[in-house]
Design a protein around this ligand. Sequence first.
Ligand code: PEP
Ligand code: MG
Length: 563
Amino acid sequence: MSEEKDAAELIKGTGVVAGVAYADAVWVRPRPELPQAGETIADDAKDVEFERFVAAAEVVAQRLSERADSVDGNTAEVLTATAKMVKDRGWHKAVRRNIKSGHPAEYAVVAATEKFVTMFNAAGGVMAERTTDLKDVRDRTIAELRGEEEPGLPYVAGEAVLCADDLAPADTATLDTAHIKALVTELGGPTSHTAIIARQLGIPCVVATGAVLREIPTGERLFVDGSTGAVDRAAEPDQAAAAVAEYQERAERIARWEGPAHTADGHRVQLLANVADGNAARIAAQSQAEGIGLYRTELSFLSASEEPSVEEQAAVYAKVFEALGDQKVVVRTLDAGSDKPISYATLDAEENPALGVRGLRVARNNESLLTRQLDAIAVAAAERGEDAPTWVMAPMVATAGEAKWFAGLCRERGLIPGAMIEVPAAALMADTIMPHLDFVSIGTNDLTQYTMAADRLSPQLAYLTDPWQPAVLRLIEHTCTMGQKNSIAVGVCGEAAADPLLACVLTGLGVNSLSAASSAVASVGAQLADVTLEQCRDMAAAAIHADDPQAARAAVRTILGEA
Ligand code: PEP
Ligand code: MG
């Protein structure tokens, strides 16, 4: 509805949770002005000053914990983690040191936080995205020290689109979806907390709009489209209201969808869930997902300083297996490196970590790290019922030799081997890789990053790191053709699998299973139920022959409109 508008009327960000909303803008309560260095305190006031800080931090932590108790799932975890940050000993020590040097508590907090922000930014990736949480903890503590109101969410009586530079978990956790209909942020990325929480709450979300968002005043009516990333300041009210009504009707259909998934003419597509721990696995088990298509094992070990023993690892994996009963679980071996540094596995200071020693490559010079993990998976898998399939796949496979080596190690332990197809070379050479394996799963996040030579975390490059890129779809098509020739299953487990429209395209290309966040499963299933396999194939043909992602989406929407 908004193609021909200029940049002042139509703000473009990255859509991270699909859906539309039409409501007035509200802004989160402003962050406190940060104190500058300069003021000093007397020696005999330093102890009292530190106590004042400890008391303020205690109040902030207490509030966050109370909020964590009033919600559940991911949101509760995120809030509990933020409450822990407020109590972090390293942070307290840094504040104490600054107060000892004569700074008042407010500035001591700013300087201590800055130190950690610099460290996290240097680590990059997932760590860098946590800096928003650190700054949130800083701001809440400073407001408390000054006796000011807590920064964060405004009170909203009607319906609103919540705008912010970036949102911290504490802002979003108590967010009431009866009132807040969409989130739009200037910063953030597809994996920032804003995106994670919006996905869990199921509200449309657009991130990385850039500073132009700040021009929107409170009370301005906005039309937000979380699938295209558009924030329209001049939407035609009737059209916007119709789009919202259609979206709500679709939301009701999704709520009624039960699974298992198939197209309108009965072509089966297995829908699975992506998880990182036992808690997420329990949520997946309650969804319509038929099992786990991607268990990202490395996320349990991000903060471990030493490699956990085989027994410790087996206990972690068992938590996921237990939640799933006899359902299929695809375990991915450690994908350490790049944006997921793990101190005991990752090389320090690589020039180009995304192109460096990550994923399976870590094990080339450290095979026992991989074999210990495979031993632990085998131990945990042995506790499963005989009919419970446990598949194991390696991240970042690039050659047939790597696939053969990995498969051999798995088969020695009675595990079913597979590989992620996320390096373009692996897609192109699928015919040489597949004979060694029982299955492959396409990681569209990295496959897009490497095909387009564009950092997946860069908000500036979001237009390139779009899984609708026809170049990426052509590699997927080739992989599916090779999968059929070699009679092995081809799945998709990147974020692309969470996009209902793209799921139709992937099905048309020949993908057999789709694995996405549990919360996305029903919307994908409901969409597939509306189209035939032939329509999916038409959509696939249109998408791979489009010039760019926009044209691909438009062509597919046209076919869907005719369906
Ligand atoms: C991917 O690259 O698509 C994928 C699923 O792996 P990750 O996002 O963990 O790198
Ligand atoms: Mg990947």
